[in-house]
Design a protein around this ligand. Structure first.
Ligand code: BDP
Length: 682
């Protein structure tokens, strides 16, 4: 992103802060020596060559704020931090920074302007702690170079999906009824919010590319240019979801065959025009041959041919193509037990390992099916060592309560990121993403006054960005940060009570959600189409490939090599063995991998059927407790926030009871086994 613009952003932010705390802010002081200051943000003169062709590296910049410390103290503190950082022997990189406080001066040092921006937001997170007696030298660098949000926003209102596909926070902040929304203030505020979380890339339209959205690439490129201009000052690059059929639907060619020369020329010329207008354009995002989207299969080509076509066009400008691995047959015969949707991504992509160009990022959903509340990690993540992979999460709560339910997802993402596909001493999912294409998530933001519909769902957006920056952060500490940043100190009568109560409500809310919905990793059981609320058999006899196979004797999907679909064989050891055996398969994934009788004894000591009953009653009780806790906060949070959350919690209790009633009644009727504690199962 443009160097000059970024320094301006940091300067504006420093001025804002200085204003707020009664100080002054100065840029690149030319007076003799450094000015007196409490805070110095300085660029080293070791500016690395910028990857953006748009800008020339400028001279080192210094920004200072407030004026109490002496000039000598400023010079000493800055020099000390520079020396300490140099001694660490590692460069800060384009986005990293070092932070320390010495002799009454806090210094943020970066090699490039983006580092200053992130350093400033770290200062905001630290608050007073950054201005205490001392703060040791800390170097911060993002673990993931790519930290991306995908908007599933339609430009036109889609007749079924509306303005935002799977959006639960009102309309799009980018688009309205076929046109750009034009809300500059909102998009700028969003860019600032994302930069504060650490996000540096945004795809601005839905992966299901309909007619109007397709034209963003060509005749409606101006709309994208405008968004890029608003996001750039916060170090965010714009990406575009494109249709594979673009050469036909936009270019009038008779084919979109990736090996056809005219098609290649069309992509090259079109991409050149994009970069002429947006020199720091991030690249394309493609959903191909999936759920009705066009792709290379129509021409007898594979996904490497398809992805490489776009990569070739983007390569001269340093752009990338995010090519999604979410490819499966959504028209399967539910009677045919040999087709397993869980296998699909691996079956399509693993054989192509090594064939993708360097600037292709294969974007893999974290689980093999589709963003369920519980799934094993996708085996694709361990199967493509010769390919850059990005792991995709879903911040928007399609399957996790649609921002009507409290469901803090960071514990779930953290579990996934720490998972070691090759066994405990091997690399983790986070390592694979860090070495490859980073992390991507579907955004949960809309034009709602609280941004995310449910005010507590903001924590998921924040946590995603923070886990991209550092996947080893603990979800509770991320929640602490979010609480501190979200609830202004003056609004808090009792900050400790607020913090403790929010932790009690949110820390375990993902597991609570899991308890009252589909059991033991079996997934779905949601109402077809919109995916909210329970419908145990809703998908059971449909072509979508999401089944639980419950009958009078048992439930679950046999994905073993011995007797099932063979999916367990897609994992490397030890997981291929661990999941294959009913004795070693973790309880929480039992029904994902095995079909078992209701009386099967889990490791936790309960039978499957009793576990279903118990967890569903427990889940409802936990939501009821959340409601009581939230009531205590009536005096501590903004009344409008309190009212919105209260209203959503009422719906969550209603919906949790409905889940509990339907799931328990369903399995009671199927199995005929009563509850060991004699509770009514309806
Ligand atoms: C599913 C959503 C659907 C998306 C699809 C995707 O239901 O709306 O288009 O994922 O990721 O979860 O492409």
């Amino acid at each position: 992103c443009g160097e000059g613009t970024l320094v301006d952003t940091v300067q504006a932010e420093v001025e804002r802060a200085a204003d707020r705390y009664g100080g002054t802010a100065r840029r690149n002081p030319t007076e003799a020596g450094l000015p007196p200051a409490d805070l110095v943000l300085a660029l080293t003169d070791a500016l690395p060559p910028d990857s953006s062709p748009a800008t020339e590296p400028g001279p080192p910049e210094t920004l200072t704020a407030t004026a109490t410390a002496t000039t000598t103290a400023v010079a000493t503190a800055t020099a000390q931090l520079a020396t300490a950082t140099a001694q660490l022997g590692e460069s800060l990189g384009v986005e990293g920074f070092a932070l320390a406080r010495h002799a009454g001066v806090t210094v943020v040092l970066a090699d490039a302007p983006a580092g200053l921006l992130y350093g400033l937001f770290e200062l905001v997170r630290l608050g007073e702690a950054a201005f205490g007696p001392t703060h040791p030298v800390r170097v911060h660098r993002p673990v993931m170079a790519r930290r991306m949000l995908d908007h599933w926003d339609n430009v036109d209102v889609h007749p079924v999906m509306g303005q935002v596909e799977r959006g639960y926070a009102g309309g799009s902040i980018f688009w309205h009824d076929g046109r750009p929304r034009g809300d500059v203030a909102r998009v700028t505020a969003y860019a600032r919010l994302l930069a504060a979380c650490g996000i540096n890339a945004v795809s601005v339209n839905n992966v299901n590319v309909h007619a109007t959205e397709a034209r963003l690439l060509t005749e409606r490129l101006d709309d994208v240019v405008d968004l890029a201009d608003l996001l750039r000052p916060y170090a965010i690059r714009v990406h575009l979801a494109v249709t594979f059929a673009a050469p036909m639907v936009l270019g009038g060619l008779p084919t979109a065959d990736p090996l056809d020369q005219a098609v290649r020329d069309w992509w090259a010329e079109t991409t050149a025009r994009v970069y002429a207008r947006i020199p720091d354009f991030g690249g394309y995002l493609v959903k191909a041959d999936s759920e009705g989207q066009p792709g290379p299969f129509s021409y007898g080509r594979d996904h490497a041919d398809g992805a490489n076509l776009l990569a070739e066009a983007l390569a001269p400008y340093g752009g990338v193509v995010h090519w999604r691995a979410f490819v499966y047959n959504h028209r399967q015969d539910w009677r045919d037990r040999s087709t397993d949707r869980a296998r699909a991504a691996y079956d399509h992509f693993a054989p192509l390992d090594g064939r993708f160009r360097d600037n292709v990022i294969v974007q893999v959903k974290h689980g093999p099916i589709d963003f369920q509340t519980r799934e094993p990690v996708s085996p694709v993540i361990a199967a493509m060592p010769g390919t850059r992979l990005a792991v995709e999460f879903q911040v928007t709560q399609e399957y996790t309560g649609q921002q009507k339910h409290v469901c803090y997802l960071a514990p779930w993402w953290s579990e996934i990121l720490r998972f070691a596909p090759w066994g405990d001493d091997g690399r983790t999912v986070a390592d694979v993403a860090a070495d490859g294409g980073g992390l991507v998530a579907v955004s949960n933001v809309g034009d709602d006054e609280f941004w995310t519909g449910h005010p507590l769902a903001q924590a998921n957006l924040y946590a995603f960005g923070r886990l991209c920056w550092n996947p080893r952060l603990r979800p509770q500490e991320v929640l602490d940060e979010w609480i501190d940043l979200t609830f202004a100190p003056d609004a808090r009568v009792d900050p400790e009570l607020l913090r403790r109560t929010l932790h009690e409500i949110m820390d375990d809310s993902w597991r609570t959600y899991e308890r009252y919905t589909a059991p033991l990793g079996v997934g779905f059981m949601v109402r077809p189409g919109h995916h909210y609320g329970p419908d145990v058999d809703g998908y059971e006899y449909t072509p979508w490939g999401t089944y639980h196979f419950a009958d009078r004797d048992g439930v679950g999907v046999d994905r073993t090599r011995a007797t099932g679909t063979g999916f367990t064989g897609q994992y490397p050891p030890p997981w291929s063995e661990q999941y294959e055996s009913i004795d070693t398969c973790p309880d929480e994934l039992l029904l994902f991998f095995h079909h078992v009788p209701y009386g099967h004894l889990l490791h936790c000591g309960s039978t499957v059927i009793q576990h279903i009953y118990d967890t569903h009653f427990e889940g409802v009780r936990e939501v009821e407790a959340m409601c009581r806790r939230w009531e205590w906060l009536a005096r501590l949070v903004d009344p409008a926030v309190h009212a919105r959350v209260t209203e959503r919690l009422a719906e969550q209790v209603r919906c949790a009871r409905e889940w509990c009633d339907q799931v328990n009644a369903y399995f009671h009727r199927k199995s005929g086994i009563p509850d060991a504690h004699g509770r009514a199962l309806h």
